[in-house]
Each structure stands twice: as C-alpha cells, then as structure tokens.
Write a protein that binds this ligand. Structure first.
Ligand SMILES: [Zn+2]
Length: 339
C-alpha cells in the first residue's frame, strides 16, 4: 500500500462487500483530504463563538458549511491511479469560517501559481525580496486603528524614492498576543526588484528599519525581516506563506472573547493587496474567489463510470463519513444510501 493513495480502480476496492459504508471515513481513504476533518471541527467551535457574540446568522451559516461533500473518482495520470476530486459542496462564505478561509487560500494560491510564470517571462532578470514588517503588539480593541496606521505607513513606504520594488504582493496577518489579550498585526510582502538592485539602491536591513520607523512614525525601532530570494529560486513557497490565512485557526479557536472582538475589529478590512507592475498579474488575489471547489485539471478526467461518493460530517466522531455511492453509468440507476 503506497502512502499517497490506498485505493484501486473502483469503489468496490474501497468499500469491501462486508463493510458498512458508514464506517468509511474520508480521511482514511483519501489522505489528501485529511484537512477537511480539522477545518470542519474548528468550524463548530467558530460557529459557537459567533453565537456567543450574538451573531446568530453567522453562527448558523458556519454551522451548515460543507456538511455534505460530493467527490468524483478521477484518474490521476501523474500517479497512474485514481483519486477523489471534490465537485460539490455548500460553502457558507463567512469570512472567518475555518473551512472557507482554507478554501479561499487554496484558490488564491492556485491563481498565484498560474500567474507567476507570466511574471518570470515578462521580467526574466528581476529578483524577489521577502519582507516582514512588524510593530509592537496593540490592544485588541485598537486593532482596527492600528491596521489603518500600518496600511498608511506601508503606502508611505512604497512612495519613497528609495523604495526599490516595481511591484509587490502584501498581506496582513494577525496573531493572538501571548498574554491572550493583545493582537500582533504584521505585514508579509513579496517585492519584485530590478536586476541591478544588489548593485544600485540596495538597502541593508538597518536601512529598512529606519524607513519603516519613519513611515510608521514610531519612537522605537520596529522589528522586521528582509530576505533576498536566490536568483535560481522561485518565490512560489513564499506566495503560499503570504496567502495562507489572516489569522491561524488555533488563534481563532483559542478564546471566544478574543475571537468576537477580533471579528468586530477586522470587519471590512482587506487581507491581500497588490501594487505596482504586479497588479496586472495578481489582481485576482484581492477578490473573493468565486469558485471554492477548484477547477479540474487536464490530468484529472472523470471516469466513464462517473462514480460519486457523498461524505457527511459526523458531529459525534468529528469525521466525514461516506453515506452514499452513486454510480452514474446509467445515471442514478445504481444507488446505495444509508441515510
Ligand atoms: Zn464556511
């Protein structure tokens, strides 16, 4: 049994004749879909927090998010076997829903991966820098004002004559302070710089600190990090880092009161923004992705047999469990349902 795939060529190999299909968990038969259980479990926590905060409508929507997942069995040509491919789910699209936040980040990543080679073709000799800008923790109740200050400061930075980037992708991340009360907002930023940056107009870390301090109008030296991506390396991994989430799930789920205030503070703030020449390539990252399922790729064609497997969230055991297999060879004729 290989580690990436443990099923064969049709669902009879997945569900043994003697086995009840309600004993088959999504995470057991499709390792790549393991994250579903974790995110759905956290969605229950977040739903209860929305309820505690009096946001009943959001609580209800998150509670109903992705309860049923329909997968098709598709050929995975890269591996010469079959795998599950999601094709239907009902997403709540609530901003801080752990499932929707995860799906959104996957879709953004896919869009960024698609656009990146075009940038490399158009700017072949250009280099990438990865910049992290921080400041001291703020009171959670001041988070909104602090984010406004940070965004204004970043705009000032990009308008400086010495600012070396011709384009950038920037995201805001917030972590929960160690004291459990405060918030730690910071910026992750990928910068595209001219090929001669390291010879002309190069900024040392200490220069960046001075600039960031000036732009933020602080009376102390802020902490930041700047890394140059090696000329042979792609910034793909860092794009993933930028687009992963605004606040990690463990922080969102840690404390109801922190979460409720965080939601209030973050209302209608923007997660990702793109500037300079990169706007033309990465504009989609500023928008809510319409599709949270993910397009089929060329190598994933549905089988003629077109088997659909429906998994349902089981709140008791906190797993997605197989509840139905529909084989659509002669549409909806063969049908098993335990519900
Ligand atoms: Zn959701």
């Amino acid at each position: 049994m290989s580690d990436h795939n443990n099923f064969g060529h049709n669902y009879n190999d997945i569900v043994q004749p003697t086995q009840q299909i309600e004993q088959v968990a999504l995470s057991d038969i499709s390792p790549q879909d393991k994250p579903w259980d974790k995110h759905r479990k956290n969605a229950e926590i977040i739903s209860s927090y929305y309820k505690k905060g009096g946001m009943d409508r959001y609580a209800k929507r998150v509670d109903l998010c992705s309860r049923n997942l329909d997968f098709r069995l598709v050929d995975d040509k890269h591996r010469g076997c079959q795998k599950l491919k999601l094709f239907k789910a009902q997403f709540c699209r609530v901003r801080h829903c752990p499932i929707c936040q995860w799906r959104r980040s996957l879709m953004w990543k896919a869009k960024a991966y698609e656009a990146l080679p075009k940038v490399v073709t158009d700017y072949p000799q250009y280099r990438w820098l990865f910049l992290t800008l921080t400041l001291k923790n703020c009171e959670l109740t001041d988070l909104r004002d602090t984010l406004n200050d940070i965004n204004r400061a970043f705009k000032r930075l990009t308008e400086l004559k010495v600012f070396p980037a011709t384009g950038w992708v920037k995201s805001i991340e917030v972590t929960r302070g160690r004291d459990g009360q405060s918030a730690h907002p910071h910026i992750h930023c990928l910068l595209l710089v001219k090929p001669d940056y390291f010879a002309q107009g190069y900024l040392h870390k200490k220069d960046w600190i001075v600039l960031w301090q000036q732009c933020l109008r602080l009376n102390y030296k802020p902490i930041l990090d700047i890394q140059a991506i090696h000329a042979d390396k792609s910034p793909v991994g860092l794009i993933a880092e930028i687009l992963k989430y605004q606040c990690k799930e463990s922080d969102l789920c840690a404390d109801a009161d922190w979460f409720i205030e965080y939601v209030r503070q973050m209302h209608k703030t923007r997660a990702v923004s793109v500037g300079g020449v990169l706007r033309g390539y990465f504009k989609a990252l500023e928008e809510e992705p319409e599709d949270l399922i993910g397009k089929d790729d060329e190598s994933e064609k549905a089988d003629d047999d077109d088997t659909v497997m429906t998994f349902r969230w089981n709140t008791r055991i906190k797993k997605y469990i197989l509840v139905r297999i529909t084989s659509c060879n002669t549409r909806n004729i063969q049908y098993k349902d335990t519900a």
